[in-house]
Design a protein. Structure first.
Length: 484
């Protein structure tokens, strides 16, 4: 047994930190974990989980006209945000308790406190206590950032959405990434008038071009007022330009559940209706402005650089393939390392860390061919190379089909589904798969297994179709649409 208080001290109780702590403890290691906010981190408390529940809530709106088209007699309902929100908070409390119980059950000692690195084997807690540990794992995640512009502090960030006491009537969403597009669809589905500004030529930069175009079309078709190549020139509280202030509109300042330590919230104030001028000449007042303009790693004031941990240009902790920092006893996983910022990846990184450090089995993290989904309406599921990336790499065949699916077509919905495979001409391997459809997230998880296994187009072809489904198109595309 070492002279340290613990074998492992984990800083951060999100998905990655909790998993690493539990699995390390199961090897017999003495483990402590510090979290200064709610246990569960971004994914469980202010990210994937509440977001997905909001996706479900918002999806019912389209089902009503669809049900009528199928012969149901029903009236359009009214969404009651307070009713949903109350239930959401109960559910998040339940999940947080589950996380705590799992840690307790694994024998991990929990400190409900902010902690920072005080040396290669030392951690300092906010109350002045210190603890020593053979290894320190930094899993502090990231936070949403606002652009640098006058009055940006009046805008909301994604964390704030989950604390709203009531829904705004209108919102301007700035950004074209995952968070911007998902919330544009969710809030529109819940009945909010949504305008979206994206500075680039097409939303969802980095995803397959055709998929991006189809999703943008579907969002506009639904009524989201999407402005491409557009940014904010100027924004001011509406009260300063003759509109009503947030207080006048009865929006309480405490609708924000902001955390003092979050960099995103430094100087942030309760959001109020904003008058906005766009680069496209639009001048309009929105009840709220939501900045979905990216996230940054939580490395500030963590004692990292002082301890010798090297930090990158974007504030991320630099690590090797085993998640080890420049200090051999300090490791880092998840969004704080800004590699692939997805919950399941942070969990994998945590497990690989435990294999490496506590099971004497050096395990690099595999960041290749990670399937993921964007929960827009319709969803985008993707794994592997986009057509644009593959074309740069080698000669390819592109198999692609776009059609109106049976369910929507019967109901007169205009939505089209996209199924697309990018295939290597040389090896016949499927290099990428892209699906735009309802439940594309579910479909891509399964297609992802085949692609990860190195399936060829011939393997897809010899798989019998499941009929009638949308996904059957993945195994029935006979001729390439084009080659490149
Ligand atoms: P992204 O980096 O994906 O998107 C940020 C967006 O904001 C981009 O469209 C960017 O434009 C734009 N932007 C950045 N700075 C400015 C600025 N100053 N003015 C105007 N626009 C700006 O970040 P997100 O916040 O959407 O998501 C963060 C990460 O969270 C994602 O990368 C993803 O890993 C994860 N996530 C995953 C989800 C999922 O798996 N479904 C859901 C939500 C988040 P440009 O493209 O020009 O740079």
């Amino acid at each position: 047994m070492s002279d340290y208080d613990y074998d492992l001290f984990v800083i951060g109780g999100g998905s990655g930190g909790v998993r690493a702590a539990r699995v390390a403890a199961s090897t017999g290691a003495r483990v402590a974990l510090a979290e200064d906010n709610r246990m569960g981190g971004t994914c469980v408390i202010r990210g994937c989980v509440p977001k997905k529940l909001m996706v479900f809530a918002s999806s019912f709106r389209e089902m009503m006209p669809e049900a009528r088209a199928y012969g149901w007699e029903l009236e359009d309902g009214q969404f009651e945000w307070p009713r949903f929100h109350e239930k959401l908070e109960v559910e998040l409390d339940r999940l947080e308790a589950v996380y705590r119980k799992l840690l307790d059950g694994s024998g991990v000692e929990i400190f409900d406190s902010r902690a920072k690195v005080a040396g290669p084997n030392s951690v300092a807690l906010a109350d002045g206590r210190t603890a020593s540990a053979g290894h320190i794992l930094v899993a502090t995640g990231g936070h949403p950032i606002r652009p640098e512009m006058a009055n940006a502090r009046f805008g909301m960030v994604s964390d704030d959405i989950f604390h709203m006491k009531e829904l705004p009537k209108s919102i301007l969403i700035v950004g074209g990434g995952y968070i911007a597009c998902e919330f544009a669809c969710i809030l529109h589905g819940l009945g909010v008038e949504v305008t979206q500004f994206y500075r680039g030529a097409q939303i969802l930069r980095g995803f397959d071009g055709e998929a991006r175009g189809l999703i943008a079309d579907a969002m506009e078709e639904r009524g989201i007022d999407l402005h491409l190549g557009t940014n904010i020139v100027e924004m001011r509280p509406a009260s300063e330009v003759g509109g009503k202030s947030g207080a006048e509109m009865g929006m309480p300042a405490e609708e924000l559940g902001r955390h003092d330590h979050d960099e995103a919230d430094a100087g942030a104030v309760a959001p109020v209706p904003m008058w906005v001028k766009g680069t496209n000449g639009m001048e309009k007042t929105f009840d709220r402005v939501l900045f979905a303009t990216g996230r940054a790693p939580n490395t500030r004031d963590m004692g990292l650089e002082e301890a010798g941990v090297e930090i990158g240009r974007r504030g991320e902790i630099l690590v090797d393939e085993y998640s080890r920092t420049t200090v051999p006893s300090i490791y880092a996983i998840g969004d704080v390392t800004n590699r692939v910022n997805l919950t399941p990846v942070a969990i994998r990184e945590g497990m690989a860390f435990v294999e490496t450090v506590f099971k004497d089995n050096p395990t690099p993290v595999d960041h290749e061919l990670i399937p993921s989904a964007v929960f827009t309406q319709p969803e985008l599921g993707t794994v592997g190379l986009t057509e644009e990336e593959a074309r740069e790499q080698e000669p390819i065949d592109v198999y692609c089909t776009s059609f109106r699916p049976m369910r929507g077509s019967f109901a007169g919905k205009p939505d089209r589904v996209l199924m697309k495979l990018i295939v290597s001409k040389q090896t016949d391997k499927v290099l990428g798969c892209h699906i735009v459809a309802d439940e594309a997230g579910e479909m891509i998880q399964l297609a992802g297994i085949a692609v990860k296994m190195g399936a060829t187009k011939a393997d897809f072809d010899r798989t019998v179709a499941v009929h009638p489904t949308m996904a059957e198109e993945l195994v029935t595309m006979r001729d390439p649409m084009r080659s490149a």
